[in-house]
Design a protein around this ligand. Sequence first.
Ligand code: C2E
Ligand code: CA
Ligand code: CA
Ligand code: CA
Length: 279
Amino acid sequence: AKQSGRGVLRFYDEHMSLELNDAYLLEKELVVALDQRQFVLHYQPIYDASANQLVQFEALIRWNHPDKGNVPPIDFIPIAEESHLICLIGEYVIDESLKLIASLTEQDIDIVPISINVSGRHLMASGFIEYMEDKLKFYGINGRFVKVEVTEGVFLHDTELCADVMRRLKHLGIEISVDDFGTGYSSLYYLKSLPIDTLKIDKSFVKECHDLAEGHTICESIIRLAQGLALEVIAEGVETNEQAETLIEWGCNKHQGYYYCHPVDEEKAVSILKELVEP
Ligand code: C2E
Ligand code: CA
Ligand code: CA
Ligand code: CA
């Protein structure tokens, strides 16, 4: 019944039809949301904990829904990923992030790179690189101020195309991070065949890094792996001082998490950047 299309499913399985129907409605709302620019980006600082220094921001999307209020990405990104909508949302995020970088540069504010989450579907879609390239040119931005975060899933499909897109990103000066490292299904082979710069340790491992649980071993192993392969490593979801200290002990100094700072709106992100130069 799966291949028989929406209408037939609706007829056979009430529960599933409800889900599909919800997804369908949500898709329609997402189109309106894009059109009315209801999405906003929040930015979470990533610090070098040993140098006490801001090193980058991660852009995180939020949906200001006219009735439902603030809708978190978990409630709409997975649905958007089922269709071309994720590409339109991705382009929106690229445009907004680059616009911010351009406006900061114009105001002579010192900037750090902004890291953008790119869905595998969007990364592999035709026109992705061209869009990125056009926007960099349009805003007059050096690619080193942009980073791209992808999850391992993307490496499973069409490795050749994936490698090609990644090389073209690197050619633009854009560095590539593997998000949620260790939670996907792919092998480690890609680490030596793809131009990856950074591993981001998933917060589920970081959560346990101070305990004598599996997370402890996994965290430490990922850090060793990154060191051995000369990759950067960032710990996400750092919530406590104990976690921060354990990670530093192991040689992982780049931290992101509530312990340091929650994601903040654009205005606050700008004021964080301005504070950097003040005495
Ligand atoms: P992610 O890329 O792994 O982003 C990290 C998530 O962890 C963010 O959730 C962030 O707010 C949250 N976080 C940060 N510090 C802590 C902490 O100390 N503890 C805990 N428990 N959580 C922390 P958020 O903003 O709700 O985003 C969820 C996911 O939605 C992201 O996970 C990413 O997969 C996706 N997402 C967000 N923005 C975008 C986007 O612009 N494009 C795409 N394709 N996906 C996005
Ligand atoms: Ca991310
Ligand atoms: Ca993650
Ligand atoms: Ca994630």
